[in-house]
Design a binder for this molecule. Sequence first.
Ligand code: PAF
Length: 324
Amino acid sequence: MTTIIRAAAAAAAFAATPVLAQTEVKIGYALAENSHYGVGAKAWQEHVESESEGRYTFRHFPSSGLGGEREVIEGLQIGTVEATIVSSGTLSNFVDEAGVFDIPFLFRDLDHARSVLDGEIGQEILAKFEDVGLVALAWGEQGFRHITNNRGAIDAPEDLAGLKLRTMENPVHITAFQTLGAAPTPMAWPEVIGALQQGTIDGQENPLSVIVSANLSEVQRYLTVSGHVYSPAMLLVSRALWDGMSEEDREIFAQGATEGALAMRAFVDDVEQSGVEALREQGMEVGELSAEDRATFQAALSSAYEEYYTRYDRDLIERIIASE
Ligand code: PAF
């Protein structure tokens, strides 16, 4: 009898314990967990999981585990993925203005880029993602892009002639490399390593953060530190997740995204210091473009700039250039 009463009391107590609803946030990104993407996603997760007291848990899908960046963004739109960190590779296919930051030699340095992205212009562009069913919370970072290839050193625009260079599926980048005489080959990231191994492309371009964390020295011989374009990244969540949240939880996610972006920038600062030396030690032949060389590349891009000024608001480009 006592046993029955005890069991009934225990069952009643169990039923009275509030069960905390837990929402799983699937976060997909292109690179490994030890990359700037993984580090950014982890910082975002830590903030959200601790501030929400475990009501949200993150599940990572690194190394393109949910597909290429375009597929992941589409997954966010239809609500099959909750969060992502992506490059500007395909962002301009969703919000045209996002492509303005992909213009070569637009930013003077990392500080210039960060202050534009964190300032009015960057925030205006984040807000435009609302119109395509996405919630863009913060600008993360990859760093300045450089060229790697297996054909030879690149010291001048002529060295790019006919080079089968993988680019992101990004019209601004494709125009730039076409103008410089290369043979740009847009390709989703998950196919790149295989294509380099098989020799269907000669090279690719990415920041040191990617070249180091994706071990590109195993498949590429030459590195040209060209810094030809700044590569932002973006931290986004799905509309479905956002719409189901309280104001307080939205604030937690937004603050967490800022933490993630800061962690990415710290990673980039680090790899900017140590990356080139590490890649030399791994056997890459490294050349660095001087300020004069970069000016030569910029001059060779003059017809591409005409196209960019038609595609994007001239005022916007000038505001970016004039920003401190
Ligand atoms: O080159 C790209 O596609 C991107 O920079 C990468 C490596 C997927 C990171 O977002």
